[in-house]
Design a protein around this ligand. Structure first.
Ligand SMILES: [Zn+2]
Ligand SMILES: [Zn+2]
Length: 241
């Protein structure tokens, strides 16, 4: 074994040890029931309400009868379809908060697993998964893109490829939390573009953590279609009710 290989092995072992020590000092606690052992326990994960039909065939909003919702009948979205694995709120809202703002990146595995289960039950024709990008400044600040973490977990379980280079958020946008539907649309209008044509001719599956009005996904879909994507659908972990 060469000296550099030995140093690398020691480095890896030290990193493992550091992780184990941190887990010992600050053991993972379930974001739902606070039980020690995992960031979300299997019991709490199973209690998250999954999206059930009937929902709009296009945007995935709740509807009373099968078909299109009023919005999609009047002004259909460019994006072909939006689907979500579960409803936003309660334990899932807490888990997404920890994933996004508290550095609990390990939550991407069970939460991405929810998306993979949805996809396995309702497959969507896709060649490549594209996570909704963060602006470069936000990515630097947070250190990771939660949508990309979910995308990689979904990819691992579905064997689809991930492209997180081509779609770019070129403009930093205000937080959508306090905006109404019209303001959300204006906020993200023209905020995305594609660098290079590697998604041309591809069927894209966009991935994000939460869908509220679909404005962000729609703005991404416009940019992807303008750069030649064959079709754009989206799967989000959660959907606002
Ligand atoms: Zn729990
Ligand atoms: Zn709709």
């Amino acid at each position: 074994m060469s000296v550099s290989a030995i140093i690398e092995t020691i480095g890896l072992q030290l990193r493992d040890l550091r992780g184990q020590l941190l887990d010992l000092l600050f053991p993972p606690r379930c974001v739902g029931c606070r039980q020690i052992g995992a960031w979300i326990c299997t019991e709490c994960l199973s209690q998250i309400p999954r999206v059930e039909p009937p929902f709009c065939a296009r945007c995935g909003d709740r509807v009373t009868t099968e078909g299109l919702c009023t919005r999609c009948r009047n002004a259909p979205l460019r994006i072909e379809r939006i689907r979500s694995a579960a409803y936003f709120g309660g334990i899932l809202q807490e888990a997404i908060h920890h994933l996004k703002y508290r550095g609990r990146t390990a939550l991407a595995k069970p939460l991405g697993g929810l998306m993979a289960t949805y996809w396995q039950q309702h497959p969507m024709a896709a060649d490549v998964i594209v996570p909704v990008p963060l602006h470069a400044d936000r990515l630097r600040e947070r250190g990771y893109n939660q949508a990309a973490l979910l995308a990689h977990e979904l990819a691992r379980q579905t064997r689809l490829a991930v492209d997180e280079q081509t779609l770019v958020r070129k403009r930093a946008t205000a937080s959508q939390i306090k905006l109404d539907a019209k303001q959300r649309k204006e906020n993200v209008h023209d905020a995305f573009c594609c660098s290079g044509g590697s998604l041309a001719g591809k069927r894209v599956l966009l991935v994000d953590d939460v869908c509220t009005t679909g404005a962000t996904l729609e703005a991404c879909a416009v940019a992807l279609e303008e750069s030649g994507a064959l079709s754009v659908q989206a799967l989000t972990l959660a959907r606002a009710q």
